[in-house]
Design a binder for this molecule. Sequence first.
Ligand code: DAH
Length: 334
Amino acid sequence: MSFLDQIEPLQQEAIQDFNQASDLNALEQVRIQYLGTSGKFTLMLKQLSTLPKEEKPAAGKLVNIAKGQLETALTSRRSVLELKAALPKNPTDFTLPGRRNSIGKLHPLTQVTEDIVGCFRKLGFVVADGPEIEDEYHCFDALNTPADHPARDAQDTFHLSAPSKHLLRTHTSSVQIRVMEKQVPPIRIIVPGRVYRRDNADATHNPTFHQIEGLYVDKNVTMGDLKGTVEFVFKQLLGDEVKLRFRPHYFSYTEPSMEIDFSSPLVKKMGKDWLEIAGCGMVHPQVFKTVGYDPEVWSGWAFGFGIERIAMIRYGITDIRLFYQNDVRFLSQF
Ligand code: DAH
């Protein structure tokens, strides 16, 4: 066989052997067999010098092309085998169920919030939202809260220097106004959200905490609806033994206004008979007028309660600060 006729079959043979090598070691062996110092292809290269002078250029060119192709084939096989070597021996089974314990869980306050929201959803309430940086109008004025009310005092509230007349909302009640400004009755909303007050942190206070606001506006809404609704929700959340007590109180945006006290075996465990848990009342006619509702046509009630309070009762926690420290030893218990 002439020299030129040998090139092609040897090249084919080498490429086939490269592609059949099953791992990187085998591939290295095959490489040596063809391209090592005394490999088949190397020997052929050496033969070039023995060719007659006039055949050398054409033969040299072909051999070099073949060599280039061998090297390309070698490199591509090598990268396939390297990838194969990098894969785990026992591949992951992605169909196995997840191991949830180690992934993490919802914060206890989020769990309680979701439970409360779930109860109200059953009654046809929807979740509404509003800004934490609020203006004085929505936080106070529109809620019929006079300029001399203590909540408006710099001692009690985080006022912002800019924009002027803005503050960190002291309660979620501001969202009542924002929703009524945009919607016509009937309205049935709850508003879980973060609120801010100038308190020093201690076992029962923190400068920021969470509330849930509720607002129900329709024709012929009564206090009976309010009591029934609140009782249903608290029994769902904290058990059937729950007792509620409505005590007269004052809020400028409701008339009449009440505070709700709460009693249950869980409260007794905390060494108390009753715990104050929420503020509520029938929406003040002035609030309706401010948002453009006719108080002769529409009636409604509203309430607001602290989410931390409920979580503390539910789980028997006596220090509110535990919720904010993000200590996994605490969080992993829920
Ligand atoms: N905004 C009150 C607070 O932060 C709670 C409250 C009382 C909300 C009466 C209401 C309400 O909607 O009607 O203490």
